[in-house]
Ligand binder design. Structure first.
Ligand code: NAD
Length: 356
């Protein structure tokens, strides 16, 4: 059966970078990839048109799709809106409604970009880490939450960190499965010395490991993990952690590679449906200028082909094409260095299509 994807460009540079990813998908379709593609609204763009950052129509299309390709949401224009209708709610809503509990965020350093990292080349060259972040639970969703006024008139903000055993178990299983296809090492990151929730997290991961004993399991406190990522990042293969710790550590890991514009991500549910997006945001500071790097979004297409569409050969073609344009010294502004050829967003997209 022909697979269906939903394309949600979103806001800011989302529009520009997704247009380049769509060029790549169309080139693959012309080469025999059987795929139906439709577009939808999400984020600020959806709010402007419908009053909701996640319109019912988008949600219905998303549920019917095998995969979603998303650009980014958010921007200055919507920052003063009530939190319930801010663009980010569109994204969180999609993750929650589709139960996209497993967020896969690779941090790979392309050898051609070793100089773009702020760390010494010998510390980062050959870096290839996969961060598996729990995405639908933890403190970002826990209830109760809010800001209340105490008896003395002072305001108090509060959020709740909660995890059920089943939520920990399923994300641990994903991490073990992925490690098995890589270098067979999982490091589970928690704060078990302070937070009871993550003490339980550690116990459940350890329990799951009994059925995955072919994988080497280690545990690390999150503060140490942050330090080790910068000190000796190549010690890690797969890292698995909670929603908030994963949010922070994966941005840190991303920067080891030099540019946030190079890194894709996948968010999967237990049915194999997935949402694929670059890890960066809508970059309102550079939106509309045709200078954003589209490669993270194009590499998200590669992840989509691999994890939701069962098209690993096509995925490899896309990844090799990205490698080739870097080899040709083509660089968008964010990864540009002396001696390279600076290209725009659309020129980079065209170059990838040509390299396919
Ligand atoms: P950001 O990732 O949008 O930008 C951070 C910096 O990186 C900016 O200087 C930006 O110009 C640069 N950058 C990002 N992507 C780039 C690319 N492809 N090419 C070149 N440079 C790139 O993060 P931010 O500035 O903290 O957030 C901006 C908006 O995006 C906010 O509204 C935020 O809520 C939203 N956001 C959305 C997502 C998402 O949709 N998944 C994720 C993070 C932030």
């Amino acid at each position: 059966m022909t697979k269906k994807i939903l394309v949600l460009p979103g806001d800011g540079i989302g529009q520009e970078i997704v247009a380049e990813a769509v060029k790549v998908i169309k080139a693959l379709q012309a080469d025999g990839l059987a795929l139906e593609m439709e577009e939808g609204l999400v984020g600020g763009a959806a709010y402007d048109e419908t009053g909701s950052p996640l319109p019912e129509e988008t949600l219905t299309k998303a549920k019917a799709a095998d995969a979603i390709l998303l650009g980014a949401v958010g921007g200055y224009k919507w920052e003063s809106l009530d939190i319930s209708v801010r663009p980010e709610k569109g994204l969180l809503g999609l993750r929650a409604e589709l139960d996209l509990f497993a967020n896969l965020r690779p941090a790979i350093l392309y050898p051609q970009l070793a100089g773009a990292s702020t760390l010494k080349p010998e510390v980062v060259s050959g870096l290839d880490i996969m961060i598996v972040r729990e995405l639908t639970g933890g403190i970002y969703f826990g209830q109760p939450r809010g800001v209340r006024t105490l008896d003395n008139g002072e305001r108090q903000g509060y959020n709740t960190l909660v995890y059920k055993e089943s939520e920990v178990k399923r994300i641990a299983e994903v991490a073990f499965d992925i490690a098995r296809k890589r270098n067979s090492k999982v490091c589970s990151v928690d704060k078990a010395n302070v937070l009871e929730v993550t003490e339980m997290w550690r116990e459940v991961v350890t329990e799951c490991h009994k059925d995955n004993s072919d994988i080497e399991l280690s545990h690390m406190y999150v503060d140490n993990a942050a330090m080790q990522l910068v000190r000796e990042p190549k010690q890690f293969d797969v890292m698995v952690t909670t929603n908030m710790f994963g949010d922070i550590l994966s941005d840190c890991a991303a920067m080891l590679t030099g540019s946030i514009g190079m890194l894709p991500s996948a968010s999967l549910n237990s049915k194999g449906q997935g949402m694929y997006e670059p890890i960066h945001g809508s970059a309102p500071d550079i939106a509309g200028q045709n200078i954003a790097n589209p490669l993270a979004t194009i590499l998200s297409v590669a992840m989509m082909l691999r994890y939701s569409l069962d098209e690993s050969t096509m995925a490899e073609r896309v990844e090799k094409a990205v490698d080739k344009v870097l080899e040709q010294n083509l660089r968008t502004a964010d990864i540009y260095s002396d001696g390279m050829k600076k290209v725009s967003t659309s020129e980079m997209g065209d170059a990838v299509v040509a390299a396919l």
